[in-house]
Design a protein around this ligand. Structure first.
Ligand code: GLA
Length: 377
C-alpha cells in the first residue's frame, strides 16, 4: 500500500499509556467524529502498548486483555469502522513490547494474520527487546512482508526512534512511516530536541514513507503519561510544535485527551489552513532558508499550487529579527519581475505584497507560518 499523505489520527499512548479500555476507545471514536476531528482529516484511531495479555494462546496468537477489552478487538474495530474511522494497534519487533507485553519477534506472520482477522488498518511496530544479534532492518522487512501478504491493507508504522540510522534503510522494509526520534514529552525542551534532530535527516522524508516526529502533545497541558504538571508547554509553544510538524510533513497523531479539549487547543489541532500545509498533495520537503544562533530558523516549502510557505521557528530564548530575502535560496531575484503576496496563516490576515525582502520579528519559542503567492509586479 502506498500512502501519498502523512497519516493523521489519535494514539492512546501520550495520555493514557496502560490505562486503556474498550469504553475509552469508543468514547474517543465518538468524539473524533462529533467534535470535528475526522472532518479535519484525523481518521486513524490507534491503540498503543498495553492492550494484550502477557501470554499468547495455544495457537501462538496474541490475545487482548479481557478486562480492558471485554468484547474483544474485532468488535471494537467494527465499532471504530462504523464511525468512518480506521483502526490501529501496536506491537514490537522484539520479544516484548516496551511495556513488557508479548512482542512479534518470530510471530510476524501469525500476528499479521490475527490483525487482519480483527480488521486492523494500521500497526505501530516498536523497537524494544530486539535480540542483539538481530538486524533491525531485517525484522521490519519480515513484518513488512507479513503485512503485505495478510490479505488486508495494513499500514506499517515503524517506531525505531531513529536508531541504527533508521532513515537509511526504512524505505526498503515496506513501512509507510518511521519514527525518527526518541519519545516526545510535553515540554518545550523535548520539542526543540526533536526539531534539532530533523536538521540532519529531513531530506529522507517523502511520499510513501513519512518521517514521524512522534505523536503530538498539543493540548496535554501537563496532564497524562508523557506530561508533567510542573513543566509543560504554553499555548504558544504548542502552536510552534504544531507548525513544525505541519511544515515538515510529519504524521499528525493527537496524543492529548480529545474528550476534554479547550477551545484554544482545538483551534490549533483543527486549523485547516495549517493542516493543508501538512497534507499538501505535492508533499515536497522543506529546505533551510536561514538560521540564526539558538536555532532561530526559517524554512521554506513549495506547495502544489505554486505557493511557498515560510516556517519561521524561533526556538531560541531571544526575540529575533528575520529578514527574508527572496533571492536567497528561493532564487526570486529582480530579473524574475515578481513580488510575493504574503498571508499570515495563524493570524489569518494578509501582510501585503513585497518585493525583494520581508522583515519580521518573532518572540522566543514562537513561530510563524507565512503563505506566499507569486504575483507579477
Ligand atoms: C516506546 C514508543 C512510544 C510508546 C511506548 C509504549 O517508548 O516510542 O511511542 O509506543 O514505547 O510502551
Amino acid at each position: 500500500m502506498y500512502l501519498t499523505r502523512p497519516p493523521m489520527g489519535f494514539n492512546t499512548w501520550n495520555t493514557f499509556a496502560d490505562n486503556i479500555s474498550d469504553q475509552l476507545v469508543r468514547e474517543i471514536a465518538d468524539r473524533m467524529v462529533s467534535d470535528g476531528y475526522l472532518e479535519c482529516g484525523y481518521n486513524y484511531l490507534v491503540i498503543d502498548d498495553c492492550w494484550s495479555l502477557h501470554t499468547r494462546d495455544e495457537q501462538g496468537r496474541l490475545q487482548s486483555d479481557p478486562e480492558k477489552f471485554p468484547y474483544g478487538i474485532k468488535a471494537l474495530a467494527d465499532y471504530v469502522h462504523s464511525k468512518g474511522l480506521k483502526f490501529g494497534m501496536y506491537s514490537c519487533v522484539g520479544n516484548y513490547t516496551c511495556a513488557g507485553f508479548p512482542g512479534s519477534y518470530e510471530y510476524e506472520f501469525i500476528d499479521a494474520k490475527t490483525l487482519a482477522e480483527w480488521g486492523v488498518d494500521y500497526l505501530k511496530l516498536d523497537y524494544c527487546y530486539k535480540p542483539q544479534t538481530e538486524d533491525g532492518a531485517r525484522l521490519y522487512r519480515r513484518m513488512g512482508l507479513a503485512l503485505a501478504n495478510c490479505g488486508r491493507d495494513i499500514v506499517l508504522s515503524a517506531c525505531s526512534w531513529g536508531a541504527d540510522e533508521t532513515h537509511k534503510w526504512i524505505k526498503s522494509t515496506g513501512a509507510q512511516l518511521f519514527r525518527s526520534t526518541g519519545d516526545i514529552f510535553d515540554n518545550f525542551g523535548s520539542i526543540r530536541e526533536i526539531y534539532n534532530i530533523q536538521k540532519n535527516i529531513y531530506q529522507y522524508n517523502g511520499q510513501g514513507c513519512f518521517n514521524d516526529m512522534d505523536m503530538l502533545v498539543v493540548g496535554m497541558n501537563g496532564e497524562g503519561h508523557v506530561a508533567n504538571r510542573d513543566n509543560f508547554c504554553t499555548l504558544e509553544e504548542y502552536r510552534t510544535h504544531f507548525s513544525i510538524w505541519a511544515l515538515f510533513g510529519s504524521p499528525l497523531m493527537i496524543g492529548s485527551d480529545i474528550r476534554s479539549q479547550t477551545d484554544a487547543t482545538k483551534a490549533i489541532l483543527q486549523n485547516k489552513a495549517v493542516i493543508a500545509i501538512n497534507q499538501d498533495p505535492a508533499y515536497r520537503q522543506p529546505y533551510l532558508f536561514m538560521s540564526k544562533p539558538g536555532n532561530a530558523d526559517v524554512w521554506v516549502r513549495h506547495m502544489d499550487n505554486g505557493d511557498l510557505v515560510f516556517g519561521i521557528f524561533n526556538m531560541s530564548e531571544n526575540t529575533e529579527m528575520f529578514p527574508l530575502s527572496f533571492t536567497d535560496h528561493i532564487g526570486l531575484n529582480r530579473t524574475c519581475g515578481v513580488s510575493l503576496k504574503l498571508f499570515d496563516v495563524w493570524d489569518m490576515k494578509s501582510l501585503g505584497t513585497f518585493k525583494d525582502i520581508y522583515v519580521t520579528h518573532v518572540e522566543p519559542h514562537s513561530s510563524k507560518l507565512i503563505r506566499a503567492r507569486i504575483c507579477e509586479d
